[in-house]
Design a protein around this ligand. Structure first.
Ligand code: ADP
Length: 282
């Protein structure tokens, strides 16, 4: 469950990145978050991961009031979340199995559990045959499946996926969303940030549009399995449904993905998944 109550974020530079945002995503929901570059999407994700704090308002995630969450409780909180990055962030020197297993090792899961759980999540994402492959032997879609398996391995209540289809072929994007939908059907809440209108249109469901730090659209639209509407038509449909301008409804291109060295990668993945700080302490 995610709840923002009158949340604002003002960076020290004076930029108001979120302005009085209220939002509730119930357990078991699937929601797309859309919005142009600079709209406030990353700020919202950082808030939900407690990487930053709200300047005002209340943020509650999976029953934790993040305003009041003590630093030492962050790892416990983070384990209720799974996170999927746009650029996969798989560790190149680790096989598919190891990329997923290391997350459980970091949190000291029993070996017996790791040996059962890792093959299970690999089979859930349909990659049993690739268990011992390295990331550079996988397609973009397969890499993102591994990243989704890694996000799932802790059995999180909520998965946040930040542009998960941003680095893969458009036709495979549908498979990734299908996979996330399948995981959602099993009860995991999913929040997916995307700029891809055709995906949103195809699958439908709850669409939250952030523009200029405010929620300008939050409605359930029905999906179509027909060929996706062109972006312009979707923007017009959204504008009509909510009374906002077509300009506001348009969704722009996301920032390009980040690259990092393997050590930095491992730190980032551990931090995102377990809440451990840069020194690796959990
Ligand atoms: P999005 O993810 O939708 O592209 P962001 O949340 O990154 O948007 O940014 C929202 C606004 O806050 C933008 O104006 C951006 O320039 C600003 N911003 C983001 N991060 C910082 C920061 N660390 N310090 C100051 N301003 C920031």
């Amino acid at each position: 469950m995610v709840e923002l109550q009158n949340v604002s974020v003002t960076y020290s530079s004076g930029v108001d990145a979120l302005n009085n945002v209220s939002l509730k995503i119930n357990d078991g929901d699937f929601a797309f978050v859309v919005g142009s570059s600079g709209a406030g999407k990353s700020t919202m994700i950082k808030l939900l991961l407690k990487e930053i704090d709200a300047t005002s308002g209340v943020v509650t995630v999976n029953g934790y009031n993040l305003n009041k969450l003590k630093k030492r409780k962050i790892p416990e909180f983070r384990r209720t979340l799974g996170f999927v990055f746009q650029d996969f962030r798989l560790i190149p020197s680790m096989t598919v199995y190891e990329n997923i297993a290391f997350v459980l090792r970091v949190i000291d899961a029993p070996l017996k559990y790791i040996r059962k759980r890792v093959p299970y999540v690999i089979s859930l994402v349909g990659l049993h045959a690739k268990t011992n492959s390295y990331p550079d032997e996988l397609s973009g879609g397969e890499k993102q499946r591994v990243a989704i398996a890694r996000a799932l391995v802790n059995d999180p209540q909520l998965i946040i996926a930040d542009e998960p289809t941003g680095n893969i072929d458009p036709e495979l994007s549908y498979e990734i969303v299908e996979l996330l939908k399948g995981i959602n059907d099993q009860g995991t809440t999913i929040l997916m940030v995307t700029h891809e209108h055709d995906l949103v249109r195809h699958f439908g469901g709850r669409i939250i549009n952030i523009t200029g730090g405010e929620i300008v659209f939050d409605e359930v639209i029905s999906g179509t399995s027909e060929e996706a509407l062109p972006e312009e038509e979707l923007a017009q449909a959204m504008a009509q449904a909510s009374g906002i301008s077509t300009d506001t409804a348009r969704i722009a291109i996301p920032a390009s993905p980040v690259t990092s060295t393997e050590d930095a990668l491992i730190d980032e993945v551990i931090a995102a998944i377990t809440g451990a700080d840069q020194d690796g302490g959990v």
